[in-house]
Write a protein that binds this ligand. Structure first.
Ligand SMILES: [Mg+2]
Length: 119
């Protein structure tokens, strides 16, 4: 399973990558923001995206994926500090499959991934 980690923070990308590796995911690519990620989606099976990023933020990224014929079915997990209830609702309405609030534990990430894959 190939996954992409989209975040403008290289530190956060490393944290997410390391956590995913511990969970058994090793085919991981990275992007710095939504525009960057849109050029890297071929063969990707799951997307982890930040919300606040330059160039193209996570919400705009999610909406463009959901309106793309090629990529609209890829599961998306948003990983962000935006934890207000209305933010979560907005993200879900935009097409996010699940939501992880930073900081997170490996167990939380695991359960969110399983919830998406078992759907
Ligand atoms: Mg960010």
């Amino acid at each position: 399973m190939k996954v992409i980690v989209v975040d403008d923070s290289s530190t956060m990308r490393r944290i997410i990558k390391n956590t995913l590796a511990r969970l058994g995911y090793t085919d991981i690519i990275e992007a710095e923001h939504g525009l960057d990620a849109l050029t890297k989606l071929d063969g990707v099976d799951m997307i982890f995206t930040d919300w606040n990023m330059p160039e193209m933020d996570g919400l705009t990224f999610v909406k463009s994926i959901r309106s793309s014929d090629s990529y609209k079915k890829i599961p998306i997990i948003m990983v962000t500090t935006e934890a207000a209830k209305e933010d979560i609702v907005e993200a879900i309405q935009s097409g996010v499959n699940n939501y992880v609030v930073k900081p997170f534990t490996p167990d939380i990430l695991k359960s969110k991934i399983e919830a998406v894959l078992n759907r």
